[in-house]
Design a protein around this ligand. Structure first.
Ligand SMILES: Cc1cc2nc3c(=O)[nH]c(=O)nc-3n(C[C@H](O)[C@H](O)[C@H](O)COP(=O)(O)O)c2cc1C
Length: 305
């Protein structure tokens, strides 16, 4: 018998699979289906400070090795999202992670305070969005100082444990991770989408996405996600949710071996369907059984030894 429960900053997950942010929205009914399909935890789509339409369609395009998306952080009003979140926290039997973003340090703190009233197991700050206060509008998450200030602002506003989601689009992911850990983050999710990339419709001679460029996810980014998690495991003590390109139980085992304590599943929900959570868990159990592992913690970080 193998045991696949895992621990994330003191929160027990029945298995290491976590629905990644933004894949299936914030609606209670959908999160409930994911929990019933066997996920160890669920993450909402990033809740923003205001209702947002996002980019016009098409916003997602499949490429031979992954998805390109330019959803543009579309979301319902924070009040609507809050009601769905509250219901999910109350009724689901798995931990709920509330992903959110804002456009300023103060905005992150204010929204964190509001969302915390729903008592999610964790907040997950998506710091890959553009900083409207910076001169160039670059993403907060590419600057260690800005990332640390956001974490400080959130930590001053709430006692709910904080996960910070990092972008891989930086030269040195270690320094961002160090900055957010020093500022008080309780865990890290790595990685958000990579890129941007683009797809061109050869017949039409035009970009496929209305936004032209989109973030890349799925199998193409798995090697990048593995490298980021491997580096982070050496740099920080807080737990890591390894996310990016996980499609199978063996992919998940590799991510755990790189140093993740749990794993985000995003694009695979689209390619394999909602049953992917229980399927990946069975595959992991089979892998562990064949390889002689009895607990998830025996896999975590083993590739560093
Ligand atoms: C359609 C789509 C929407 C996404 N929306 C969000 C989001 O709202 N917030 C966020 O932090 N990440 C978002 N992501 C990124 C995923 O949570 C995940 O980090 C990324 O897709 C890599 O994992 P994967 O290869 O398993 O999909 C989105 C990804 C996709 C494909």
């Amino acid at each position: 018998m193998v045991e696949i429960s895992t621990d994330l900053s003191g929160v027990k997950l029945r298995n290491p699979t976590i629905l990644a942010a933004g894949i299936l929205g914030v609606a209670f009914a959908t999160l409930d289906r994911v929990a019933n399909s066997g996920a160890g935890a669920v993450t909402t789509k990033s809740i923003g400070p205001e209702k947002r339409k996002g980019h016009p369609n098409p916003v997602v395009v499949e490429t031979p090795c992954g998805l390109l998306n330019a959803v543009g952080l579309s979301c319902p009003s924070p009040e609507e999202s809050f009601e769905e979140l509250k219901k999910a926290v109350k009724e689901l039997d798995v931990p709920v992670i509330a992903s959110f973003y804002a456009h300023s340090e103060k905005g992150f703190g204010q929204l964190a305070e509001k969302i915390s009233e729903a008592k999610p197991a964790f907040l997950e700050a998506n710091i890959s969005c553009p900083n409207v206060e910076s001169e160039f509008g670059s993403a907060f998450g590419t600057d260690p100082k800005a990332s640390a200030r956001i974490v400080a602002s959130i930590k001053n506003s709430t006692k709910v444990p904080l996960i910070v989601k990092l972008t891989p689009n930086v030269t040195n992911i270690r320094e961002i991770a160090r900055a957010v850990e020093d500022a008080g983050a309780d865990a890290i999710t790595a990685i958000n989408t990579y890129g941007p990339g683009m797809a061109i419709d050869a017949q039409a001679g035009k970009p496929v996405l209305t936004n032209k460029f989109g973030g890349l996810s799925g199998p193409a980014i798995k090697p990048i996600a593995l490298r980021c998690v491997y580096e982070l495991y050496e740099e920080v003590k807080i737990p890591i949710i390894g996310t990016g390109g996980i499609q199978t139980g063996t992919d998940m085992a590799e991510m755990l071996m790189a140093g993740a304590s749990a794993c985000g599943i995003g694009t695979a929900v689209m390619s394999r369907g909602i049953e992917v959570f229980s399927e990946i868990c069975s595959e992991l159990e089979e892998f562990m059984d064949t390889q002689g592992y009895s607990k998830v913690e025996e896999l975590i970080g083993i590739s560093h030894e």
